[in-house]
Design a protein around this ligand. Sequence first.
Ligand SMILES: Nc1ncnc2c1ncn2[C@@H]1O[C@H](COP(=O)(O)OP(=O)(O)OP(=O)(O)O)[C@@H](O)[C@H]1O
Length: 329
Amino acid sequence: MSYAYQLNNVKVHYGNQLALDIEQLNIPLNECLAVLGENGAGKSTLFHLLALLQRPDAGDMLVFGDNIATSKTQHRQRIGLVDQHPYMLPGTVTDNIQLALKLQKVDKSLHASRLQQVLETVNLTRLADQSASTLSGGEQRRVAIARVLAFEPDILLLDEPFANLDSFHQRQLEDVINCLNSGGNRTVLFSTHDRLQALAITPNALQLVRGKLVSAPLLNLFHGHYDGEIFHTNSLKIFAAEGSSSARHIAIDPLAITVSTHAHSDSSARNQLPGRLISISEADKAIRLTIDCGDKFEVIISRQALSALELSIGHSVWISFKSTAVTLV
Ligand SMILES: Nc1ncnc2c1ncn2[C@@H]1O[C@H](COP(=O)(O)OP(=O)(O)OP(=O)(O)O)[C@@H](O)[C@H]1O
């Protein structure tokens, strides 16, 4: 397999603080990958490393199979980073993109066609002559993406592209990012703290927690619509605490779901669903159950709970969870 990046024992410190500590990370060429993490987890630091704007204090980093210690400048041109807070240059949207083309020394004969192409990709053609500083936050983010796309990088790094966008503009940007990777000939990484946002674009995700990579399965995510009290998936009705009626996904924490062998009439959990146990597997010192209730739910329980329930594959069970355990997005 060919890799865009291979990192081994990479560390970045700020003073005494270890901000990034990555034992091993291999990112295949042309993959679309979400980098998940809370504030301060190290996402921007990772993106600056990957954009070759910052060097690790320790460890090895290969880009396109070449060690950055020897080939840093050669590959920098092939990587485009859209920063978390993109700056707008004075002038129009077109001026912003043309300046990027000049700075990247793109042949002048290609400027007009590239400009038109990237404006179409990010859906900004109608704003081409507007002053960039007067655009909305979401539009400025798209200008920043267009500026980077204009020099056709092989790797595109988008640091928190959804920050401060309303749900309409988030959906629009999801479509843009989906389209950037759709040809399968570009590696696209984007960071977010929102798992559902990530899943709307790609099933490939890695999670950073205090600078370290942890495996984070994306679980219990369902698509559907919300009518003000109930979220309707294709096969289920799920009570959800208040949220926006434009919500299109829900997520339910696998640890917030309880399993029993019968329904509880006195339970405070508004959601009680009958199902069938279809798989039991080990999950990091606990047990992960998959229960088919029409949609498949993942539930994490302790070993003790599993043996107390005397469950085996094929058993009829009930799952229950509170409406407040349902996150609407
Ligand atoms: N230039 C710097 N000097 C000192 N500390 C820094 C510097 N840049 C980042 N840090 C610290 O390193 C840690 C990781 O920061 P980083 O910006 O990479 O996280 P992040 O996941 O992108 O966060 P956010 O989502 O809030 O942007 C944080 O604790 C941050 O305070």
